[in-house]
Design a protein around this ligand. Structure first.
Ligand code: THG
Length: 367
């Protein structure tokens, strides 16, 4: 049995009831919402993502809406990536940094119109930040958290399911591009995206009262492809090298340290928050870098709630920010954030709760 008492601080997503009815067993809190994490068979859910199609309640990917004549200006002030070429119907993965160049969120930005943007955010209060910035800079833009919630279809068979529901036009969508449409009268936006590297789509529900209906439309449509419920899978995202901002970063991590350099444009206007710090950091040299680690041992030993120290010859060189059993590599793998001088191939010691463990630093992605 699963008991959860919703209130106005911890909000269920519109798909929460459908997820519980499908056997939700574990959840987490993200963006002050309940984030489903497992339906009781993590390994089965992983293989379904790798080989088939998995259906996820990712309503926790809250939309922060920027609306008004200065929406585009504000988006560029918040994001350290050049948005000048962004077209209506296009999405872009962006970094939000503070004035020190510390990354605190990594949304997908969606441009719905010249005066309308969504930031599909990771876990932190972007609406508060955006409102303060807009007010301080005297911008004409309204910031809200509208009633919109994404549901993800991920895996190699996701495209067939989504095309079955909407038509073959979805096959032509480029990465992060989207189209607004409807299904059975339910308003949605359909985007090629999702927090896995197995391919797939996200369906942004624009009417929160229709969550259960939208969930069952895809549950039914996906039956020929053996669709099943799942959630963002830690082993897959680590194997694939997707960063979890907040998980793999601390309060001094810049985008360069965690392999996000290609999403940063140093030539954006000077009033983009954090860009001056990022230029300085780039000129002075980046002190840490994110590498993979493969640990010795053949029993799963995931990271607990604390990061663990990584040492080389008895000297602390950084930290292990995640660790998970890889079903494909048959090893515990994770990400470390270590001194830039320490190269791939180095053998290190991790101070695990269970005692010291040995590992080798490797390139990311693992697969
Ligand atoms: N979907 C939606 N919103 C989100 C996420 C999502 N908001 C929070 C979080 N996830 C944002 N983080 C990411 C991180 C990486 C990717 C997507 C969302 C991603 N990255 C690819 C990569 O790094 O290889 C591709 C990036 C590119 O080439 O542009 O897909 O999942 N709605």
């Amino acid at each position: 049995m699963f008991l959860f008492q919703p209130n106005s601080r911890i909000r269920p997503s519109p798909f929460f009831e459908a997820a519980v009815a499908d056997g939700l067993k574990m959840a987490n809190v993200y963006n002050r919402m309940i984030m489903p994490t497992s339906f009781g068979d993590p390994e089965g859910e992983y293989w379904r993502l790798i080989n088939g199609v998995s259906q996820w309640d990712v309503g926790i990917e809250q939309q922060v809406q920027l609306k008004g004549p200065d929406a585009g200006r504000l988006a560029q002030i918040l994001a350290t990536r050049d948005l000048a070429g962004c077209k209506v119907g296009q999405g872009k993965y962006v970094a939000l940094c503070d004035h020190r160049g510390t990354i605190f969120n990594d949304p997908i930005l969606l441009k719905l119109a010249d005066d309308l943007y969504w930031l599909s955010i990771a876990d932190s209060d972007v609406a508060l930040w955006a409102r303060a910035i807009a007010a301080e800079r005297g911008l004409t833009v309204e910031i809200s958290e509208p009633d919109i919630a994404p549901m993800a279809l991920q895996g190699p068979k996701a495209e067939d399911v989504v095309a079955h529901v909407f038509g073959d036009w979805v096959r032509g969508l480029k990465y992060f591009w989207f189209r607004e449409t409807e299904v059975d009268g339910i308003p949605v936006a359909v985007q090629r995206s999702g927090w896995s590297k197995q391919g797939g789509f996200e369906i942004y529900l624009k009417d929160g009262t229709q969550g259960t209906r939208l969930w069952s439309i895809f549950k039914e449509a996906g039956k020929p492809w053996d669709i099943g419920p799942g959630a963002p899978a830690t082993p897959e995202r680590v194997e694939s090298g997707l960063v979890s901002v907040g998980g793999d970063t601390d309060d001094a991590t810049n985008p360069f340290e965690v392999r996000l350099e290609r999403f940063v444009d140093l030539n954006v206007p000077d009033d983009t928050i954090g860009i001056q710090a990022l230029r300085r950091i780039k000129a002075e040299g980046v002190r840490r870098h994110q590498l993979g680690i493969v640990l010795q041992g053949d029993t799963p030993a995931p990271l607990g709630v604390r990061r663990e120290d990584v040492a080389l010859d008895g000297r602390r060189i950084g930290m292990l920010t995640n660790c998970v059993w890889s079903y494909r590599l048959r090893a515990n793998i994770g990400f470390v954030l270590v001194d830039s001088a320490v190269p791939v191939g180095t053998e290190v010691t991790v101070a695990r709760v269970s005692g010291p463990a040995f590992g080798r630093l490797v390139e990311i992605p693992f697969l």
